[in-house]
Design a protein around this ligand. Structure first.
Ligand SMILES: *[C@@H]1O[C@H](CO)[C@@H](O)[C@H](O)[C@H]1NC(C)=O
Ligand SMILES: *[C@@H]1O[C@H](CO)[C@@H](O)[C@H](O)[C@H]1NC(C)=O
Length: 203
């Protein structure tokens, strides 16, 4: 009985340990073996309207078999450093479970060893920010094993800006708040002037 409990406990402890070991995948440990490019029209892109053409494939300068463990490809839209400043909820962490750089899924599909192309319409819930595109290769356990992105390691080149669908409404809202503040102030001014006038005429 005691032995069984002991075995059970050790299995439990061991599986927890294995779980955490497996869970810790750091971005810096991944090899950049995928080539990712993104093409789109020039200028500010509009969420819900504009399209981005994403291409990805294995960098042919890696030896054959590099991709033998790749089962799935996951392509994501990621925040550029300029849009992460002072925003903890978009922070880059080396520990991929905690990383918040890439929050928007573009596609997740089985890996094939040929170049692939996808035309993606920017989803309506994408906020106003500067972005890049990253693809992860996942193994049969759905763990990241390699990546590629359309920007350099510093995330400075080929970035693009997206304007949220509500962008126009937000600026309209700001304008109307300003107008209301202005009218309240002028109303108060008018009220005090009237009061002063009334007091003067009483004296
Ligand atoms: C492919 O990989 C090589 C070696 O890592 C690298 O020098 C080259 O820039 C990569 N090509 C592309 C298009 O990323
Ligand atoms: C994928 O595209 C790159 C350049 O765009 C090319 O060098 C490579 O040979 C292509 N790979 C395949 C498997 O077609």
């Amino acid at each position: 009985m005691a032995a069984r409990v002991l075995v059970l406990a050790s299995i439990l402890i061991f599986s927890c340990f294995a779980e955490t070991c497996y869970g810790v995948i750091s971005f810096s440990s991944l090899q950049r073996t995928l080539v990712v490019t993104a093409s789109h029209r020039q200028g500010l892109l509009k969420a819900g309207e504009d399209k981005i053409t994403v291409r990805w494939g294995l960098n042919q300068s890696f030896p054959a078999g590099t991709d033998s463990s790749y089962k799935t490809i996951k392509v994501q839209l990621c925040y550029a450093p300029i849009s992460q400043v002072d925003r903890a909820w978009r922070k880059t962490e080396d520990h991929l479970n905690k990383d918040k750089t890439c929050q928007f899924k573009i596609v997740k599909k089985p890996y094939t060893n040929v170049n692939e192309t996808l035309e993606w319409t920017i989803e309506r819930d994408v906020p106003t920010a500067t972005f890049f595109i990253r693809a992860y290769a996942l193994d049969s356990d759905d763990h990241e094993v390699a990546y590629g992105q359309n920007t350099d390691a510093e995330k400075k080149t080929n970035l693009f800006e997206i304007q949220a669908i509500t962008g126009r409404h937000v600026s309209l809202d700001i304008a109307s708040v300003c107008f209301s503040a202005f009218s309240v102030v002028s109303l108060m001014g008018f009220f005090f002037m009237e009061k002063r006038k009334a007091r003067k005429s009483q004296q």
